[in-house]
Write a protein that binds this ligand. Structure first.
Ligand SMILES: Cc1cc2nc3c(=O)[nH]c(=O)nc-3n(C[C@H](O)[C@H](O)[C@H](O)COP(=O)(O)OP(=O)(O)OC[C@H]3O[C@@H](n4cnc5c(N)ncnc54)[C@H](O)[C@@H]3O)c2cc1C
Length: 366
């Protein structure tokens, strides 16, 4: 008898695994601690690979009315580099997207239990706020949050980065400038992404080194004031913030790659954390979710799955992590943006090299 899989976390990785397992005739149990749709720290740049994965699961992202993005612009001080992306991406909120995917998984037959928090694992059972589950293969998809006893190994990752996200109401000037573009501003100790999402909103999502944050006064208003002095972000001063306070997260382990071994199937940010400026974390989460479902359904163990997923994403994670170190330290950001301004084709190439490859998608029939 096949035991029912238990998926912990209803983000994109967990949602994709749940939808796919249900479609393969093995509907899982999915436990998500949030009771309803919620905002998440994310730049909300949905790449073409992520779009293909969602379409492959039968999710109609177009109905969310996201923003079309086909260009990237980089700023460092007064330097700017711009290139056409080698694909079309979408700006869409995680609040809407994750809820759509979870509803889709439930409609396909997955038992989606929202508002249930998993405390820890006990062998192949999950100990939850509502009691213990039956035994079954565990798929760990808790994203940025580590489960007690299952923490990710931070060795080799970039330490000390804090993430923030705030929505702004788009002004006419920003709407015109950002039409079709995602902008990344590199500043001392971090970088910020700015783009349109649905319903006339702008997403500002950024990472800043803890030491730099402290030096700026250690508060969001002081950090924002410093960011507004950056030429690439100055226009935001006229835009109204929409969240009462920004979402924040500390210690994002950029560069993390799970080591294959016994234990749960690790998906999404529990398997690999790629620097955010690449905008492919969501694709990697969806990729891992689908791959885990396919391999679990065909009887593969967790170590075999983890080895295979690592093969699909490790090179991209390592390259992006090296670039992030250059862009956030010293004067590397100016050299990087000046170089990319001189050779815009290199910017498009970097965008390609830091993504899940088309061949990896094709191997999954996506
Ligand atoms: C600052 C920043 C900007 C980013 N920008 C982009 C971008 O523009 N484009 C892009 O593609 N990627 C981006 N990413 C990466 C992307 O957000 C992640 O890679 C992606 O969300 C990973 O999906 P996931 O399903 O693994 O985790 P998540 O989306 O974090 O989902 C995990 C889920 O698990 C639930 N959960 C956690 N703990 C428990 C528990 N104990 N019990 C039950 N449920 C639990 C949470 O509530 C959550 O819903 C960004 C990341 C950061 C930090």
């Amino acid at each position: 008898m096949t035991l029912r899989a238990i998926i912990i976390g209803g983000g994109l990785a967990g949602g994709a695994a749940a939808a796919r397992l249900a479609q393969l005739g093995q509907p899982p149990l999915l436990l998500e601690r949030e009771a309803g749709a919620h905002d998440k720290i994310c730049g909300e740049f949905l790449s073409v690979e992520a779009g293909r994965h969602l379409a492959g699961l039968g999710v109609d992202v177009a109905r969310l009315g996201g923003a079309r993005i086909d260009r990237v612009r980089l700023h460092a001080g007064r330097l700017t580099a711009e290139a056409r992306l080698p694909f079309v991406a979408t700006g869409v909120t995680r609040r809407a997207l994750d809820a759509l995917l979870l509803d889709h998984a439930a409609a396909a037959g997955a038992d989606v239990q929202r508002g249930t928090s998993v405390r820890h694992l006990a062998g192949n059972r999950a100990v939850t706020s509502a009691g213990d589950t039956d035994p079954g293969p565990i798929l760990l998809a808790t994203g940025k949050h580590d489960l007690r006893g299952e923490a990710r190994d931070p060795r080799g990752t970039i330490p000390g980065l804090i993430g923030f996200k705030q929505f702004f109401r788009a002004t006419p000037a920003l709407t015109a400038r950002l039409a079709g573009a995602v902008e990344v501003t590199a500043f001392a100790g971090g970088y910020a992404g700015l783009q349109c999402v649905e319903a006339g909103r702008l997403n500002l999502c950024l990472l800043v080194d803890q030491a730099r944050y402290k030096a700026l006064g250690g508060s969001w208003p002081l950090l924002l004031a410093a960011l507004l002095r950056e030429p690439g972000l100055a226009l935001l001063a006229d835009a109204e913030p929409l969240l009462a306070k920004p979402l924040a997260i500390a210690s994002v382990p950029y560069g993390y790659l799970a080591t294959p071994g016994a234990g749960p199937y690790r998906l999404g940010d529990q398997a690999a954390v790629i620097p955010s400026f690449c905008g492919d974390g969501m694709a990697m989460a969806l990729h891992g979710g689908r791959l885990a479902a396919d391999m679990l359904a065909s009887g593969a163990d967790a170590a075999t799955f983890q080895t295979r997923l690592r093969r699909d994403v490790a090179r991209q994670v390592r390259l992006a992590t090296r670039l992030q170190r250059v862009a956030t330290h010293g004067l590397g950001r100016f050299a990087l943006v000046a170089g990319l301004a001189a050779v815009p084709a290199a910017l498009a190439a970097l965008a390609r090299w830091t993504r899940v490859e088309p061949q990896a998608l094709a191997r999954l029939g996506v």
